[in-house]
Design a protein around this ligand. Structure first.
Ligand code: GLY
Length: 405
């Protein structure tokens, strides 16, 4: 009797241990299917227009609205590569050729970027999410040409006197010098890729120099990041550190830290220099340590009104994807820690609270774009959907023992 009780108790303990294992709480295939259903709803509504315009990209669905606000794919529209990227990920998940055709058509709307000078640093977001995924999945040489040309264009914003890429040429006067924003870390992936895929080898050096300069100047002692670093254009000295989209110059803007976690993970992948892995680990840890219980950050870690401040699901998606990659650089407990944290984020995002479901045609609710500007607060935003799908696909591949690339 006593033995039976002990066995039953052990069984219960094992059951509850399994129930609290995050990996058992998300059915990735089912969630990817949900994404496919939502994407078809968006495509159907885009095709209902009198004439389908492949230069118009879904950008956001604001609170109280139900339809995507579309933005023309211009050099100023930094988010224009995410919708084609969402379609490429859906094609990767489903193998559906009609999605591939849609992805191709939207992607080609950004081809003009290969023929014009750089407007700003967002070229990696614009071209690597669209053409980059397209090339990865199809091997289409035309796509590769665009990526290589645009990488050279992005490199023109690299300023040797500073040792970093200038993010916003139009804002040099406003900031009083060369400005580099944390988001710029994401554009490095395209430069690394170009350097090893037939592009100029110098692109690798630019990416590394940018990562080093940012590491030296754009973080506080506790590894939280400043959104903007301003450098003297002649001496390269850092003369100011401030915010643009965060709550305060000294606060941790959630998506800024997300870009840092993702960016240094990529820099480690491409260089295999341990100092970048160590740095990715540190910038991830301070973010993880300060998360609320559901692992979806408030839009800024010092946002006014916490716990009622808006969340930023987009930051959670970026970090989930980055942590899944980070987990592949470790074994044992450290790998499990990152994978389980990412799963915890994805489980929350998969809940009724964050899923767009019947509310609108996006994948996710509750992202915050630019709080100081009072724009895109608590909205569906296309880059949340992009990194959500990336994270889900990475998790699927990791679970299947496959490479995530
Ligand atoms: N790159 C701008 C943003 O993260 O909102």
């Amino acid at each position: 009797m006593k033995v039976n009780k002990i066995i039953a108790g052990l069984g219960l303990m094992m059951l509850s241990a399994c129930a609290s294992t995050p990996a058992s709480q998300i059915d990735v295939d089912k969630t990817l299917h949900y994404c496919d259903v939502q994407i078809h709803k968006t495509l159907n509504s885009l095709h209902q227009a009198d004439s389908m315009d492949y230069t118009m990209m879904p950008r956001n669905i604001l609170q109280g609205e139900t339809k995507w606000n579309l933005r023309k794919a211009t050099k100023e529209e930094w988010t224009a590569g995410f919708w084609p990227g969402v379609l490429w990920y859906d094609y990767e998940a489903t193998g559906n050729d009609s999605i591939k055709e849609e992805a191709d058509k939207f992607t080609r709307s950004l081809g003009f970027l290969a023929e014009i000078p750089a407007y700003d640093h967002d070229l990696g977001f614009l071209v690597f999410c669209s053409y980059g995924n397209g090339y990865r999945l199809t091997g289409n040489e035309e796509y590769k040409k665009v990526i290589l040309a645009v990488s050279d264009t992005l490199a023109t914003l690299y300023k040797p006197a500073v040792g970093a890429i200038l993010s916003w040429p139009r804002n040099v006067e406003m900031f009083g010098g060369h400005n580099t924003i944390m988001d710029n870390m994401i554009n490095l992936e395209m430069l690394f890729w170009a350097a090893k895929n037939g592009g100029n080898k110098h692109l690798y050096d630019i990416a590394v120099a940018h990562a080093d300069k940012t590491m030296e100047n754009q973080f506080r002692e506790d590894y939280t990041s400043y959104h903007v670093a301003v450098y003297d254009t002649i001496t390269g000295e850092c003369i100011n550190r401030c915010t643009h989209q965060g709550y305060a110059d000294n606060s941790m803007w959630a998506r800024g830290q997300a870009w840092a976690i993702y960016g240094y993970t990529v820099v480690y992948r491409e260089t295999r220099e341990p100092k970048y892995l160590d740095f990715a680990k540190k910038v991830a840890q301070v973010y993880l340590d300060r998360l609320p219980e559901d692992y979806i950050p408030y839009w800024d870690f010092s946002a006014p009104g916490i716990p009622n401040a808006p969340r930023d699901a987009s930051a959670a998606c970026v970090v989930a994807s980055a942590l899944l990659e980070l987990s592949t650089f470790y074994t044992g407990e450290q790998a499990d820690k990152y994978k389980n944290a990412a799963i915890k984020m994805l489980v929350s995002l998969d809940s009724d609270k964050y899923r767009a479901g019947e509310t609108n045609h996006s994948l996710l609710l509750h992202s915050t774009g630019h709080w100081p500007n009072k724009s895109e607060i608590d909205a569906s935003i296309i880059y949340a959907d992009y990194y959500y799908m990336e994270a889900l696909l990475r998790l699927k591949k990791i679970n299947e023992g496959k490479s995530i690339y």
